[in-house]
Write a protein that binds this ligand. Structure first.
Ligand code: KG4
Ligand code: ZN
Length: 335
């Protein structure tokens, strides 16, 4: 069969990324232009600034990617973009650029769901077998999904309040650690001990998650200690928080794998770059005889390679979009 090359664009938040993916699993070239340095000054992503920077960078990043791959736009079999969910103004830049390429080169346009991208980051350099259960842990989502096949998504549970990445970022702010919070909380936790008592997180029969209680608990704890004139041990609090949220992920995931008798587990999303979470879920999977897949860390946080991998699945099923497609801020995997 002829090789299929897809040029994919990701611009849903604060990374302008372009990738060329061969046959859905080979990363030919990926460029990630991060805006972190700019947003750090504001303590978080400023949507208007993000879309402006995407606009300034998109052409350059496309060209850089083509140069790295030593390919040209006419070599592509399709053009893919993230069209949802994410920041509307940011998404629009990638969507419109990709539409233009698809129109000019008369090749299919593949509008790709960002969350599907996170899941299929697991396909890069890897083969998957179904059925499987997938856990997405990102800045906006914490979803446990049953996949009977490569294009079927049954939500088993989701967060009822904050996403886990959001909780990491808020705890970082409480501890006065710079944006982006998640990696910094992980760094502090590495040399800490779980000495602070954490609340019992919702341990019900559902597969849903909740992270706002622990976030408020950390906030109150720091506030009370400051009022008493006590110093907070940031390493120990980061470690206590991380242990607590990780147990929550492990407990719910284990319950779902056992209840549905599923033997393959996928981890994905920006928070999946966290070594403690990776190792804890892996230990649980080993204990119950489940095969676990997780993307390389560079494919966990936002990148266009994962969009190219997901787009290839849509390409195979001929799920193409026309030029009327628009960016959307909120959608599920089944919309
Ligand atoms: O998937 P992602 O790059 O963007 C979204 O789609 O949301 O995820 C970003 C989230 C942020 O909340 C960030 O703090 C978190 O992932 N994150 C981490 C780590 N690396 C990124 N959280 C904990 N530990 C990490 N090492
Ligand atoms: Zn993401």
């Amino acid at each position: 069969m002829k090789d299929v090359y897809i040029l994919a664009v990701e611009s849903s938040c604060d990374e302008t990324s372009v990738s060329i993916i061969k046959n859905g699993y080979e990363d030919v070239a990926t460029i990630i232009n991060s805006q972190i340095d700019v947003h750090t000054k504001y303590g978080g992503v400023v949507p208007e600034v993000a879309s402006r920077l995407h606009l300034e960078n998109i052409t350059m990043v496309i060209n850089e990617c083509l140069e790295k791959a030593n390919m040209s736009l006419s070599d592509m079999d399709a053009f893919a973009c993230t069209y949802a969910p994410g920041l509307l103004g940011s998404l629009l830049v990638g969507v419109e650029a990709t539409k233009a390429l698809s129109f000019i080169y008369n090749k299919p346009l593949i509008a790709t769901n960002h969350m599907m991208g996170h899941i299929y980051a697991n396909m890069i350099g890897n083969k998957l077998s179904y059925p499987l259960i997938s856990l997405i842990v990102s800045g906006g989502h914490t979803d446990l999904i049953l996949m009977e096949s490569e294009d079927s998504f049954k939500y088993l549970g989701s967060t009822l309040d904050d996403a886990i990445g959001e909780a990491y970022d808020k705890v970082a702010r409480i501890l006065d650690l710079p944006y982006p919070g998640g990696p910094n909380v992980e760094k502090y936790a590495q040399s800490g001990k779980p000495t602070y008592k954490m609340p019992q997180i919702m341990n019900d029969e559902s597969f849903n998650f909740s992270f706002s209680g622990i976030k408020s608990h950390c906030n109150n704890l720091v506030h009370n200690e400051h009022q008493r004139g006590h110093e907070i041990n940031k390493n120990d609090l980061a470690c206590s928080f991380q242990n607590c949220v990780t147990s929550h992920l492990v407990d719910k995931t284990k319950k779902a794998l056992l209840q549905y008798n599923i033997k393959t587990f996928l981890l994905s999303g920006g928070v999946a770059a966290n070594s403690f979470i990776r190792n804890s879920l892996k230990d649980m999977c080993d204990e119950i005889g489940v095969e676990m897949h997780m993307p390389e860390k560079k494919y966990c946080t936002d990148n266009a390679a994962m969009i190219g991998a997901a787009a290839y699945v849509l390409y195979k099923h001929k799920k193409f979009s026309d030029l009327s497609i628009n960016a959307q801020s909120h959608i599920t995997l089944n919309d």
